[in-house]
Design a protein around this ligand. Structure first.
Ligand code: CA
Length: 425
């Protein structure tokens, strides 16, 4: 696939710091707001936001399938309604405008000053309005670990797990942007030693290290999206902290699955990295022949992606502690399979739908994506640099997730998703 904006040799006339997540080969999309201005669509290069509304108004998107309303708005949804072809053209145009090989924009200082906004002056908003949120459970090591913790290692994976990308319908209303603090949730739980349930604050508050992908407008109700077609329906990815209250979840989930232990908050990083920008980092996935998967889940080509993922706990006024280092490559089921499975019954997918990967855990200790696994259900507390221990998340802790792909000297990153936990209300 030839996507001009992915050329690793491209350089920008905008200075990009070494090891930035946002070189000219990234050009993600997000929603920015600056003092006194209304929210608008932006991209990013180095330490600058690129104001796409300003670029449109100044005529740099002439002969493209976009209108001012697509950029003068508080979500990426309108822009995403132009589909993969539209957003790919847009990213390729941005790449040209900021490449050293073209000076149309660079030579006009007055325009540059309207288009580039220092990130220090920008507030990032929730990038996409999602009508629906689905969460999968597609990392084999995570499913295995949870199976070991709650059943036994010989029966860790349930019989359906290698046949179906297991998932459930989550709650879209509580998807929030990075930087929004959450209150510790309350609910009903039944401590192992109690005969009856009690009501109170969750004492087993946990993060889940995930990625999320967002869809373009899908097909009408009744139609399905194949694994081959799925590429045309996936816009991009972000980091995703899918918060969990393990004690509430553990009591409520039988027999219908996750509910209030999951629906209080899921946090998304502000820049949506396009699947186009991630194409160079595709890798083969695991063999899926034991057991063999059904034909509708088979796929061609490399559909997994190498994305390094870190999860960090930062105590109040304390320093960052990396508690887990995983990678998106450890997924058993890829996004194409998830989307094909999701729609195989005719379920319609809408523009902006959010699809969580499920907690991503790697094969070794130190690569786990939840405190449930890191502390092995509280039996092996994590030792923090300040001498304290963590079994789960304390009030005042900030949980930060970061991620990037790197190859041929090009680093495509996601920035971070960061959430502080406040005491229960
Ligand atoms: Ca999850």
């Amino acid at each position: 696939m030839n996507i001009p904006a992915n050329n690793p040799n491209l350089k920008s006339w905008v200075e990009v710091p070494a090891n930035s997540d946002f070189p000219i080969q990234n050009l993600p999309f997000g929603i920015i707001q600056t003092n006194g201005d209304s929210p608008r669509v932006a991209s990013r290069i180095g330490d600058f936001a690129i104001d796409l509304k300003a670029l449109f108004v100044l005529g740099y998107f002439d002969n493209m399938p976009f209108s001012r309303e697509d950029f003068d708005t508080d979500s990426l949804n309108a822009m995403m309604m132009k589909g993969k072809e539209g957003t790919r053209k847009l990213r390729n145009r941005l790449s040209k405008l900021f490449s050293t090989e073209h000076d149309d924009l660079q030579k006009n200082e007055h325009h540059v000053s309207q288009v580039l906004v220092a990130m220090s002056e920008v507030t990032m908003l929730l990038p996409i309005q999602s009508r629906d949120y689905t969460d999968f459970y597609s990392s084999e090591q995570h499913a295995f670990n949870v199976g070991c913790l709650f059943r036994d290692p010989d029966n860790a994976l349930l019989p359906n797990w290698k046949h179906i990308p297991v998932g459930y319908h989550g709650r879209a209303s509580s998807i929030i942007e990075s930087g929004v603090a959450i209150h510790r949730p309350k609910g009903q739980k039944k401590p192992p030693t109690a005969d009856v349930p009690v009501f109170g604050q969750s004492n087993l508050l946990d993060f889940e290290l995930e990625t999320v992908f967002f869809t373009y407008q899908g097909k009408p109700l009744g139609d399905s999206i194949s694994t081959k077609e799925a590429d045309d329906y996936i816009f991009g990815m972000a980091l995703f902290n899918d918060w969990s209250a393990r004690d509430i979840q553990g009591w409520e989930y039988v027999p219908l699955g996750p509910f209030l232990g999951k629906s209080f908050a899921s946090c998304v990083s502000p820049w949506i990295v396009t699947i186009d920008a991630l194409e160079p980092f595709r890798i083969p996935g695991p063999k899926q022949d034991n057991p063999k998967i059904l034909p509708y889940l088979e796929y061609e080509g490399e559909k997994h992606i190498d994305i390094k993922l870190d999860v960090i706990i930062q105590p109040e006024n304390g320093e960052e502690n990396i508690v887990g280092q995983s990678n998106y490559k450890y997924m058993y089921w890829n996004m194409n399979q998830q989307l094909a499975h999701h729609s195989v019954n005719g379920c319609n997918i809408n523009c902006g739908d959010a699809m969580g990967s499920g907690t991503i855990s790697g094969p070794e200790k130190g690569m786990y994506g939840s405190m449930l696994e890191i502390s092995w259900k509280g039996t092996k507390p994590f030792k923090m640099s300040d001498g304290t221990e963590r079994k789960f998340i304390n009030d005042g802790d900030t949980v930060i997730m970061r991620g990037f792909s790197e190859k041929d000297g090009v680093r495509i990153g996601f920035g971070e998703v960061s959430t502080k936990v406040l005491p229960a209300k």
